[in-house]
Design a binder for this molecule. Structure first.
Ligand code: 13P
Length: 253
């Protein structure tokens, strides 16, 4: 069985005080929730990782980063390496988010390198894929997502892929209030699982978590999470509201 995961992606939001208040409130609401083969992750801005991972020490919540460098170390002014993230307590890193592909021109190759650096540093990876509206309207979304998978995951070993989860995030659903329908999500998730099976074998395919992201909220979480190939969610806007995010996690439990 894949692990069930609900991950918050705060993106570039919240000052330090707000971040503290939010994480305290969410974890307080969820403190008595029992979790069985499931994980709740907060992917927070770099500068809060050290503090918040200490805050969550000995809890059942994990801290992640939203990006890492494709290089191991060296003269890359302003960059943050995967090893640095691991050394301040991050357990996870999001790689290949559509906002990074679009605004920072991340290529399949760069994303593949980032995944390697992250896994080498002992981080687990949330690898994002997903098509734009233009691609979907041309009915090319399946080939497009397959290319994203092939472009960045094809060199991974079966051992490495055990430390990676996939988040399908259709770009047209991100921050728009227009989530994919359960059928649209299930269709793509099932295809991603078929890709994993072909590439890495049945056991890996059956055990890799595939998350859905794009306008997940407390209202639609139930129908999305009920899909057989949806193993959780990557939540943006709704993760900035304590009660709403906690509701989404509870939906899943
Ligand atoms: P929203 O939940 O705000 O649509 O964002 C989704 C997302 O990009 C998570 O990574």
């Amino acid at each position: 069985m894949p692990q069930k995961i609900v991950a918050a992606n705060w993106k570039m939001n919240l000052n330090f005080q707000e971040a503290n208040a939010l994480i305290s409130e969410v974890t307080n609401i969820l403190k008595d929730e029992k979790r069985n083969n499931s994980e709740v992750i907060f992917a927070v801005p770099f500068v809060y990782i050290h503090y918040l991972s200490n805050f969550l020490k000995n809890s059942s919540f994990a801290i992640g980063a939203q990006n890492c460098s494709e290089y191991e170390k060296g003269a890359y002014t302003g960059e943050i390496s995967a090893q640095m993230l691991a050394s301040v307590g991050a357990k996870w890193v999001i790689v290949g988010h559509s906002e990074r592909r679009l605004y920072y021109l991340e290529t399949h190759r760069m994303i593949a390198e980032k995944i390697q650096r992250a896994l080498q540093a002992g981080l687990k990876v949330i690898f994002c894929c997903g098509e734009s509206l233009e691609i979907r309207n041309k009915n090319e979304h399946i080939v497009y997502v397959q290319n994203q998978l092939e472009g960045s995951l094809s060199e991974l070993s079966a051992e490495q892929i055990r430390n990676l989860v996939i988040a399908y995030e259709p770009v047209w659903a991100i921050g728009t209030g227009r989530n994919a329908t359960a059928d649209q999500a299930q269709e793509m998730h099932a295809l991603i699982r078929i890709y994993l099976k072909k590439k890495f074998g049945d056991e890996i395919a059956q055990n890799t978590s595939i998350l859905y992201g794009g306008s997940v909220n407390a209202q639609n979480a139930q129908s999305l999470f009920a899909c057989p190939d949806v193993d959780g969610g990557l939540v943006g806007g709704a993760s900035l509201k304590a009660r709403e995010f906690a509701e989404i996690v509870k939906t899943y439990n």
